[in-house]
Design a protein around this ligand. Structure first.
Ligand code: CU
Length: 182
């Protein structure tokens, strides 16, 4: 449904832009000397430049606070540390401190700050965390030879899934590990 709305919006916006361009190009300027024409062109250019830049800045200012990412945890000390290693085609989630594994399944505490140390053993993967409703709640790139730190505080207990979001080969879709928050 969202994709349909986006498509309709893009169609209407495109048609409006083309119609405006045709309307503007159809108007004839009165006969003027070269200097006056140049001045008119410069004025028009300055007007559209100001219009476009201010529209972009206002849109940015209005929409930026709506970005669906959690507040920054920078500078905070994590309560829990977990190693998350990607490999074709599975994740290995190993508790380092503050968490445990129950029958090989990772169990994280609720409302504690969790640090995922994310890396890859082979190619680039993307470590993404989904909740049981299928909503993406955090993600970071998993790169060979480099560790990315992803900080997240789980506010609700339940089942969560580590999923790969970077196409990494044949069984990319199967790179899906469940863990619990209690
Ligand atoms: Cu993948």
């Amino acid at each position: 449904v969202t994709a349909l709305y986006a498509g309709i919006f893009t169609l209407i916006a495109s048609v409006t832009i083309v119609a405006l361009a045709l309307f503007i190009s159809d108007r004839r300027l009165p006969v003027q000397d070269a200097a006056a024409t140049t001045a008119t062109i410069y004025r028009t250019r300055a007007f559209y430049f100001t219009l476009i830049v201010s529209t972009a800045l206002i849109t940015l200012a209005v929409t930026l606070p709506m970005i669906p990412y959690p507040v920054s945890f920078a500078g905070q000390k994590p309560d829990v540390v977990v190693n998350a290693q990607g490999q074709m085609w599975f994740w290995t989630l190993t508790p380092v401190s503050g968490a445990r594994a129950n029958n090989d399944k990772l169990v994280l505490p609720v409302s504690k700050l969790v640090e995922f140390d994310v890396t890859s053993k082979d190619v680039n993967h993307n470590f993404a965390i989904y909740n049981s409703a299928g909503h993406l709640i955090a993600q970071v790139q998993a790169m060979p030879g480099y560790t990315n730190r992803l900080l997240y505080r789980f506010s609700k207990p339940g089942s969560y899934y580590a999923v790969c979001l970077e196409y990494c080969g044949l069984a990319h879709h199967a790179m899906n590990s469940e863990f619990d928050v209690r």
